[in-house]
Design a protein around this ligand. Structure first.
Ligand code: NAI
Length: 464
């Protein structure tokens, strides 16, 4: 029941409690600001509730399930209890979201459940279940995130068509899953369901899957996916669909495919609608993102935008970083969101992680490069984990041999990549990596050996 219009004020209002917004709110409070955090759904945003955390939970179980099934001594009729899997995943999510709530409370951030809409450059309106509030602020941080792109005719409201959100909540493993889009979500969740027992087909419009990643690494993931039994179709664009005998039939420019469930994962788009930006001086970019400067301030003074709504890449850690930058700027510190190393990770099998510049990006900037590469087939730890494919590739500035980029395609690539991001941010020489003692046996030894290839010769690799 709405009981009139309550008028309140705060130093800073943060709109959206995903990884960008909740981090910005905590940082601002730590720096002495009076902060209110407005969220219309659940604290934690897509990342904690419907994205990174639940998907990594499912990936973990799918990997273990597949490994156990492959052991000859185990009964091959082993089946996954999808309901129990969902319960466990929800426990993980709930622990983390209640942890975020506790952190906000302990730091003195007030969480308001409701939908916020700017009414001018210093005020917004919130509709909560109990009341309608007008909130005056000195500064505002917009962290409203993104939503999945829909294909016309294959909207998520249609029977059998699902987005990643529903794909993470299935309490039955579908016999057949058709995935439209062989990008981040399609390949991560496609692999999960293939490992859990579905027959998965991935339809990708361009000529290769994971087109944002290093081509050789995407070939390694494709090979492994096919070994697992996934069907990968490239160069076919999903155009229309219909329900036939209880199944979804999807037509492409060449053929047609049917499945029990169709996961549409063809990208995400910033959530800029219905937040009142037209009442302010906020401008958008050609791509539809909110335009900001390097401090994350928008074209409307005192209003900041961070995370998915403020531009690519749409990654939780980029949102958290921008949340810190905006908070520090508001608190009067000098902080910029410029960075040389923004890691991106695909939690596929094996994982692919990259950071810094690729050779092509360096060339576009006029930097001559030299590269070093070490294969996982020659890495002892990878072999003990039964991995033969994959590699570490380093990109260095040819002139002074500083590290400027890296791709890791291996188990635990998501962990290895941080050493390389740190190296890039600290302007490390490739020799520093080559001369740093790495534990044996470990995947990270491949970093040391790839570096050795640039400054001399790696010990565990011979010349052809
Ligand atoms: P994506 O941009 O990674 O991939 C979409 C793919 O769909 C592209 O390869 C595109 O060519 C293809 N496509 C587009 N229209 C098509 C059609 N009609 N038929 C067939 N293929 C078509 O988008 P995705 O996977 O939806 O992920 C969205 C975003 O979420 C990512 O850009 C990423 O920023 C974020 N994300 C990050 C993760 C991570 O950090 N590990 C995991 C999951 C998502």
């Amino acid at each position: 029941m709405v009981v009139g219009n309550i008028k309140e004020s705060a130093d800073v209002v943060v709109v959206g409690a995903g990884p960008g917004g909740y981090v910005a709110a905590i940082k601002l409070a730590q720096m002495g600001k009076d902060v209110k955090l407005v969220e219309e759904n659940k604290v934690g945003g897509v990342c904690l509730n419907d994205g990174c955390i639940p998907s990594k939970s499912l990936i973990h179980v799918a990997d273990n399930f597949k490994e156990i099934k492959e052991l000859e001594s185990i009964d091959q009729d082993l089946e996954i209890d999808a309901g129990a899997l969902q319960n466990w995943k929800e426990e993980v999510v709930n622990k983390l979201t209640s942890g975020v709530k506790m952190l906000e409370n302990r730091n003195g951030v007030e969480i308001i459940e409701g939908r916020a809409k700017l009414t001018n450059e210093k005020e917004l309106h919130i509709n909560t279940e109990e009341a309608s509030k007008t909130l005056k602020f000195n500064e505002c941080v917009l962290a409203t995130g993104s939503k999945p792109v829909e294909i016309p005719g294959m909207e998520f409201s249609k029977e059998g068509i699902i987005s990643s959100k529903e794909a993470l909540k299935l309490d039955e493993i579908p016999d057949e899953l058709l995935v439209i889009g062989g990008g981040y979500i399609g390949m991560e969740l496609g692999t999960v369901y293939q490992k859990l027992g579905s027959d998965v087909t991935v339809l990708e419009a361009s000529d290769r899957i994971l087109s944002v990643m290093n081509e050789e690494a995407s070939k390694v993931v494709k090979k492994r996916a096919e070994e697992l039994g996934m069907k990968i179709v490239t160069g076919e664009k999903a155009e229309s669909s219909e329900l036939k005998d209880g199944k979804r039939v999807v037509k492409t420019n060449f053929s047609s495919y049917s499945a029990d469930k169709v996961l549409v994962s063809v990208g995400r788009t910033p959530r800029t609608e219905n937040i009142g930006i037209e009442k302010t001086g906020i401008e958008k970019t050609e791509g539809g993102f909110i335009r900001t400067d390097e401090t994350m301030e928008t074209t409307s003074e005192g209003i900041y935008a961070i995370g998915d709504v403020a531009g690519h890449p749409m990654l939780a850690h980029k949102a958290m970083h921008e949340g810190r930058v905006a908070a520090k700027t508001i608190a009067g510190e000098t902080s910029f969101a410029t960075r040389q190393a923004m890691p991106s990770v695909l939690y596929t099998d094996p994982e692919i992680a990259s950071t810094g510049m690729s050779e092509r990006e360096a060339e576009e900037k006029g930097i001559e490069t030299v590269t070093g590469k070490f294969p996982m087939g020659a890495n002892g730890r990878a072999m003990t984990m039964d991995y033969k494919e994959g590699f570490v590739k380093l990109v260095a500035d040819k002139e002074n041999k500083t590290l400027i980029g890296a791709t890791v395609c291996s188990p635990e690539a998501s962990e290895i990549i941080s050493e390389l991001s740190l190296g890039i941010e600290m302007g490390c020489l490739v020799e520093d990596l080559a001369m740093t003692v790495h534990p044996h046996p470990s995947i990270s030894e491949a970093v040391m050996e790839a570096a050795e290839e640039i400054v001399g010769e790696p010990v565990h690799k011979y010349k052809h």
